[in-house]
Ligand binder design. Structure first.
Ligand SMILES: [Zn+2]
Length: 335
């Protein structure tokens, strides 16, 4: 038995449409079809033991969060709503957008500070833009999650006081040390997101930057990803959170990166479990309600077939899920 798992980086509205392709705005699917697909993704994650997830992010998340709250089905959902990018405007526009997100009910702010790994990952947002977005968010009491691949982008985000940095495929030891010194959470992915894209290549190929060069970049990223996690875990004082970046095809397999971190990057199983529970709860600012089994916290409790502290693959065999004191799944119900 262990606390409900937390995934700090998911995309619940991503799904494969009726034509077996990544859903896009103009593919003919109705809003109802899209909503049902997203709810199925959320159910898959909850059944897999992820009682809390953080979506980064989409405007459609608001309706999902409301649906979960009113119907009581689905994981606890935190969302950034629509992310901010270098195209969102100058520092003043970004400050205004941060306040707008707050008003719209965002739980955090998601910021793209670099290009996608499929486009090389170089810094896109200026230092001034990052300082404005992360500074304003802090001033209004919101956390900031920053997509950044290049060392320069990671450095700029850490120096701007952003809360957590995602991905970081091209980090160097000096920026890992900088994050540790500044208390910045680091959320690198181990393998699920890349394997999922490569395994489902036909469903993504030809859409946006899912092209020959993009898939080649993701193949090259695989060994880098495990090396980054190894290096991050060996960096004294660095808080290495847990987020899978689960997109279409990966929902419900959110524990796979924990298996990867242990088996491919050498993390101890218990350290990995802590990353996905109490450390992530602290990263989300929710350590007083989730991430542990203790008096006074909400009862998010799961059970596994096997002991994940010695065999991390036991997290693939979640047999019981309780969220907020309510049983979602018991041993007799199939996922
Ligand atoms: Zn993402």
């Amino acid at each position: 038995m262990l606390p409900g798992l937390i995934d700090a980086h998911v995309h619940p509205v991503w799904y494969f449409n009726s034509k077996g392709r990544l859903h896009t705005r103009d593919d003919g699917d109705t809003p109802t079809q899209s909503l049902h697909a997203a709810l199925a993704n959320l159910a898959a994650m909850l059944n897999a033991g992820f009682t809390t997830i953080q979506s980064v992010g989409s405007p459609e998340d608001a309706i999902l969060r409301d649906s979960i709250r009113s119907r009581g089905t689905g994981p606890r959902l935190l969302t950034s709503l629509e992310p901010l990018t270098d195209k969102s405007g100058g520092p003043d526009s970004l400050r205004w957008l941060v306040r707008q997100r707050k008003q719209q009910g965002a739980d955090l702010i998601k910021i793209f500070a670099s290009a996608s790994i499929r486009d090389g990952g170089a810094q896109t947002m200026t230092d001034a833009q990052l300082q404005a977005a992360c500074g304003e968010a802090k001033a209004v009491g919101l956390r900031t999650l920053v997509h950044a691949h290049s060392a320069a982008a990671v450095r700029a985000a850490a120096l701007a006081g952003c809360t957590q940095i995602e991905h970081g495929i091209f980090v160097t030891q000096d920026v890992l040390d900088l994050m540790a010194a500044r208390g910045t959470y680091f959320d690198p992915q181990c393998g699920l997101v890349f394997h999922n894209y490569l395994d489902n290549r036909a469903k993504y190929e030809g859409i946006g930057n899912y092209n020959e060069a993009g898939f080649a970049a993701m193949t090259r990223a695989l060994p880098l990803a495990t090396a980054v996690i190894r290096q991050a875990l060996a960096t004294p004082g660095l808080k290495v959170a847990y987020g899978t970046d689960a997109v279409a095809g990966a929902h419900g397999r959110n524990a796979e990166d924990l298996v990867c971190r242990v088996n491919e990057a050498g993390e101890s199983p218990m350290h990995a479990v802590v990353a996905a529970t109490s450390l992530n709860a602290a990263a989300l600012g929710l350590a007083d309600s989730i991430g542990a089994i203790a008096p006074g916290l909400v009862a998010d409790i799961i059970a596994t077939d096997g002991d994940p502290s010695s065999d991390i693959t036991a997290l693939r065999r979640v047999t019981f899920v309780m969220k907020g004191g309510r049983i979602v799944r018991d041993g007799s119900t199939p996922p």
